[in-house]
Structure formats: structure tokens, C-alpha cells
Design a protein around this ligand. Structure first.
Ligand code: FEO
Length: 404
């Protein structure tokens, strides 16, 4: 049975949800599922904006066929051809052999690399090109590295709809609720949206900034944002634009402390808990604690983007950094995270090395500050460490008072 939603006048959502996929990109957990959005415009010409992952291919085809009601499909605009969106391109060609595919040069290159037979259907476009489909005229805007190099976004100048590709997307299945005003985004969606952005696109902040600047030039004309994942935005666009601006400039959303701890027998965790208590006692209650062994690294990364201060509390392991903590730091570096203040709690029953190694790692990243104050444990926290812990709390609170 087909399942579509009207977006506006002659534009329809024809995507679907996947609740069975455990790991997006086979790496990021998606307990709330994910949506693959595609949109169909019924103008004088019929135009499909992107396709979907093959996992929901049958639903998607049924949606498209039902709305077309026997009309041919004239155009397929491919804003982003990564297989979670491009996997159904060939099926569309097979069912609509006259279809023209509108996309970028690099996208066609990638389509061929993935083995798609697109020759004879190609209509290559570049930044600033336009197409008129009848009532609707669209313009194409290059969006390289948001999130792959071939990506573009398409702006419908007739109704102000921006087809934004991966930008402004989110993990999470829609389950019937298509628009941002049909959900409580700030309560139910923002954590998944942040985890999606920071882990999928986070590395490419300068490219997102470049796209935001282009969008800024037409901001007064953008009425709706239709991303390839998650809710469609038709109100309060400024809320999400502001989040994207902060994330892509690597600015924290909030002053607060994330304590990421690596503990083998609970002693480093106990020190982390003591630090959290002391911070709260001094009035800094925006504190979260995560065990790096049991928290997925995508969640650690997301929270590191959210907060201004990070305390790394780690045991020494094989004379190095505890492996899950090391993996978290490696991911942080790979995603180009910047502009955070760190503090360190180290532990080692002999040859304690984790503090020096974590400091060296973080100082090797861009615009990161590591506070001089630190706590060094020999197996477990004791009265001798208490003054250092208090000094560490002072140092964190003092650095929060500095102008950012
Ligand atoms: Fe949702 Fe970059 O693909």
C-alpha cells in the first residue's frame, strides 16, 4: 500500500522509514530508525527529487507510481547519490526509460563507479544553472562535501522549497509525522539531529559554512527545507540554522562539562563522580558523565560538540591510553573538532602514562586548550588527591568565566 504525504500544493513526500537497520553506515546505532526522504513534484513535467535506500525500495516505487497515476516520470534530480539515497536510481530508470537525470558531473562519475547504467539519461548541471518544469523553476547550488564531493542542493524559486540533501537531516524515523511542527524537535529530535550531523558531516564544517553563506543570500526566500533524512522544516527555520552554524564553526552550544571516563574496576569512575559532585556543589550543574566503554562513540562525539568543557579521566593500559578512550579521541580528531577546553584525570597503579599521552593527543588538535590542573591517581582516589581535585574544580570554573 502506498504511503505518501503532501508537502505543499503539488509537492509530495514519497520516502519511507527503516526501523530494522541497526547501524547507519554500518557503524552508528539508530535505535529510533531512520527515514529516507524523496519528493515528487507534479508540475507540467513530473520531477522526482532523489531516490531512497534499497531497503525501502518497494514502498518508494509504489508511492511514486501511485502519485504519477500513469503519467511518465520526466526528470529525476539527484542532489546526493550516496547509496542511502541513490540505490534506487537504476530501478527508476528501468521503470521510466525516458527519464532524464539531472545532477552534477561528479555525481555521474560516482554513479558509474557504483555500476549504475545511466548513459542516455544524463543532464549535467552546475552551480547557478536553472530548469523550468512548468509553474516551477529551480536553481542548483553546489554543496561539495555536504556530505560527499558530488552533492548539490536545489532551490525551487517558485515556492521557496530548498531540497537540502543531507544538510538539515537527522537520524530517527518519521512514523507519519513529516513536519518539524508535528513533533517536539527540541525535546525528541535534537539529540539525534546532533548525533547525525556531528558524526556524518562534522568533519566538513568549513564546507557547511560555505553552504550556509550561500543560503544566507536567499534566506528571505526559503520557506521550507526538505532534507533527505528526518523532518521537513516549514517553521522556525532559524532554530536549526543556528544549530548548524554553531556545529559547523565548532562552537559549543552550551557551557557545561562532559566527563568521559575509562575505568576498569570503578576507581577512575569514582574520581569522575566526585568531580561531578564538586562541580554541582559549586553551581555548575550542566554536567554529564559517560563511560567510554559502554557509550557508543557517536554519542560521545555528539556530546563533545554540545558542551564547552571535556574532562578525560582514564586509566593507563599497556602503558598507553585505555583503548575505548583512545578510539574516542581518534574519532574526535578525525572529525576535526576544535575549540574545547579539556581537563585530565589519570590513573595508573604503576607507570602512570595516560595523562601525558591524552594531553599530547589533544594538544595536537586545532584550537584545543588543556588546563594545567590535573588529578593523578595511583590506583584509587584518596585524601592525598583531594586538594588536586579541588584545584581542578577551581580551574574548570575559572576557565568558564573567561570570555569565549
Ligand atoms: Fe544520507 Fe550522505 O547520505
Amino acid at each position: 500500500m502506498y504511503c505518501v504525504r503532501k508537502v505543499t500544493d503539488d509537492l509530495y513526500w514519497v520516502g519511507g522509514n527503516d526501523h530494522r537497520l541497526a547501524l547507519f553506515e554500518n557503524i552508528h546505532p539508530i535505535p529510533r530508525g531512520v527515514s529516507y526522504n524523496a519528493y515528487l513534484l507534479l508540475d507540467e513535467k513530473t520531477v522526482l527529487f532523489d531516490t531512497v535506500d534499497w531497503s525501502i525500495g518497494r514502498q518508494f516505487i509504489e508511492n511514486v507510481e501511485t502519485l504519477l497515476a500513469g503519467r511518465p516520470l520526466d526528470y529525476l534530480v539527484v542532489n546526493h547519490m550516496e547509496p542511502d539515497h541513490g540505490a534506487s536510481i537504476e530501478e527508476i530508470i528501468l521503470r521510466y526509460p525516458e527519464v532524464k537525470i539531472i545532477s552534477t558531473e561528479k555525481a555521474f562519475l560516482f554513479m558509474r563507479q557504483f555500476g549504475f547504467t545511466v548513459d542516455g539519461h544524463i543532464e549535467q548541471v552546475a552551480e547557478g544553472d536553472t530548469r523550468c518544469f512548468g509553474k516551477h523553476t529551480v536553481t542548483f547550488i553546489a554543496a561539495p562535501m555536504v556530505h560527499w564531493p558530488e552533492a548539490m542542493v536545489t532551490f525551487d524559486t517558485t515556492n521557496g522549497v530548498l531540497f537540502s540533501a543531507d544538510a538539515f537531516g537527522s537520524f530517527g524515523a518519521l512514523d507519519g509525522k513529516l513536519f518539524n511542527d508535528e513533533v517536539n524537535f527540541d525535546r525528541d529530535w535534537i539529540d539525534d539531529a546532533r548525533r547525525y550531523y556531528t558524526n556524518i558531516v562534522g568533519k566538513y564544517g568549513p564546507h557547511v559554512q560555505s553552504l550556509l553563506k550561500k543560503a544566507g543570500g536567499i534566506l528571505d526566500q526559503i520557506k521550507m527545507i526538505c532534507p533527505l533524512h528526518g523532518p521537513v522544516w516549514r517553521s522556525g527555520l532559524g532554530y536549526f540554522l543556528d544549530k548548524y552554524d554553531k556545529w559547523s564553526r565548532y562552537e559549543p552550544e552550551e557551557q557545561g562539562v562532559m566527563i568521559a571516563y575509562a575505568s576498569m574496576y570503578g576507581n577512575t569512575e569514582a574520581a569522575a563522580a566526585l568531580l561531578a559532585s564538586k562541580l554541582c556543589e559549586r553551581g555548575m550543574t550542566n554536567v554529564v558523565m559517560y563511560d567510554v566503554s559502554s557509550t557508543h562513540v557517536s554519542q560521545l562525539i555528539s556530546e563533545t560538540f554540545r558542551l564547552s568543557h571535556v574532562v578525560l579521566a582514564s586509566v593507563t593500559y599497556n602503558l598507553g591510553i585505555y583503548p575505548p578512550m583512545h578510539s574516542y579521541l581518534m574519532d574526535m580528531k578525525a572529525l576535526n573538532l576544535q575549540k574545547r577546553t579539556f581537563a585530565i584525570i589519570e590513573n595508573g597503579s604503576w607507570a602512570c602514562r595516560s595523562g601525558a599521552l591524552m594531553r599530547e593527543f589533544v594538544e595536537g588538535m586545532r584550537d584545543m586548550e588543556v588546563l594545567d590542573e590535573k588529578v593523578s591517581l595511583a590506583s584509587a582516589m584518596n585524601e592525598n588527591n583531594a586538594p588536586d581535585m579541588d584545584t581542578l574544580v577551581d580551574g574548570i570554573l575559572e576557565s568558564m568565566r573567561k570570555p569565549q
